[in-house]
Ligand binder design. Structure first.
Ligand SMILES: [Zn+2]
Ligand SMILES: [Zn+2]
Length: 143
């Protein structure tokens, strides 16, 4: 397995981090919470929780958005940075926080049943409804 170590940051640079990714792949979440929070379809690269190293947590805002998830952002500039499990077992990092978002293969879209009808990505991806995704996630084979 070839690991990929990337540096990311928020808009103002108050939060910087290093993420070691197992795959150079990107997924998109169309759920209403991700869209409202990120201001778009949320494009992420997946990272094991212990493979995400944040340089200075004092500038990191954390909002618990569900019983198990939390959303992390910069307290100064408001940049959307990552969603992660509250137990820090995994994180979904905004690919926009990296210098070159084009390096990721766009492979998956989730919560497609919550996708607004006025846009569609042209990429051929694996598209999963919220139910399909949550079932896969619960059985440990999801993203
Ligand atoms: Zn910032
Ligand atoms: Zn979502």
């Amino acid at each position: 397995m070839s690991e990929l170590s990337l540096n990311g940051r928020c808009l103002c640079g108050g939060v910087t981090f290093q993420a070691t990714l197992e795959k150079r792949e990107m997924g998109v979440c169309h759920c209403s919470m991700c869209r409202r929070w990120s201001g778009g379809a949320f494009m992420v690269a997946e990272c094991a929780g212990d493979a995400l190293k944040i340089a200075d947590e004092s500038q990191l805002g954390v909002y618990k958005s569900s019983e198990w998830g939390e959303r992390c952002f910069c307290k100064s500039c408001g940049s959307t940075l990552f969603w992660r499990m509250q137990d820090h077992s995994m994180a979904a990092i905004s690919i926009q926080a990296f210098d070159d978002p084009s390096q990721f293969d766009f492979v998956q879209e989730i919560f497609v049943d919550e996708q607004p009808a006025n846009y569609t990505f042209a990429n051929k991806t694996k598209r999963m409804t919220s139910q399909e995704f949550l079932e896969a996630f619960a059985s440990g084979q999801g993203t």
